[in-house]
Design a protein around this ligand. Sequence first.
Ligand code: G
Ligand code: G
Ligand code: NA
Ligand code: MN
Length: 253
Amino acid sequence: LRLASLLTGSGNQTEFSLNYQPIMHATDESIASFEALMRFRTKSGSFLNTARMIEAAEASGLIIEIGAWMFKTAFSEFSQLSGVSEHVRLNVNLSPRQVQANRIYKDIEDAAAAANFTLDRLVFEVTEGLFVSNDQVTMSLLTWLRNKGAKVVIDDFGTGYSSFSYLRKLPVDGIKIDRSFIMNMEQDADALAVVKSIIAVAQALDLSITAEGVETSDQRQIMQELRCDFLQGYFYAKPLPSSELGPFIQTAV
Ligand code: G
Ligand code: G
Ligand code: NA
Ligand code: MN
């Protein structure tokens, strides 16, 4: 998709694309899911910082339009993957402004219908900030998604409002432990303690646990020993363009 540059200004054009980062089952290291991640490329071919672009899109409201493009493209590219079992899911990120837009229901349903795809293949990643105000619009959307068989997970868990008591009441299925904790847990006893307590709470509440940012085989082993459910990070793969998923799937199975 090419849009006149509302995001970068100055009449450049920004091309959108998606990369996909695998998420593995911790036990047998088979593929559990692929997370779709936006990429923004300028006409001259350089990639813009995704986090900054998403933040700008969120601030301007363009995230709603970009989100609709992302659903359509991700569902379509994912549904065309061959060699993956029907149990493999697709993770997509949702930002707070998207959740507040009424049209998100239709954007998701239309994209799923176009890709001949059902919502029970999806995992929606939201951030803790979404739950700061316990509002009905958020709860209704997440409940609707879960009733359709989609899962909802809290991304970057541990970096925001981590009052554990609130977790019990939320319409969510799991958490992704922020990669800053995984990165530091071998050198920093506090980071490891945080990881262990997050896992203890999540297990008590029957929530799935994903470790993000797994880069080494030692980190993998620690998370396996702690009975983490899913592992994601450069140890397995960086975010890949859809054209590189076929070869990855071949070697993973
Ligand atoms: O992939 P990368 O590390 O550059 O991602 C930077 C940030 O942008 C991450 O926090 C990620 O969750 C967010 N992000 C990537 N793609 C999307 C998207 O499609 N929608 C939203 N809301 N956030 C996204
Ligand atoms: O906030 P979110 O978790 O959605 O951000 C996802 C981004 O995190 C990916 O796009 C990727 O750039 C980055 N990422 C994924 N795995 C690793 C990893 O193992 N190490 C580091 N440093 N970054 C990672
Ligand atoms: Na994410
Ligand atoms: Mn994350």
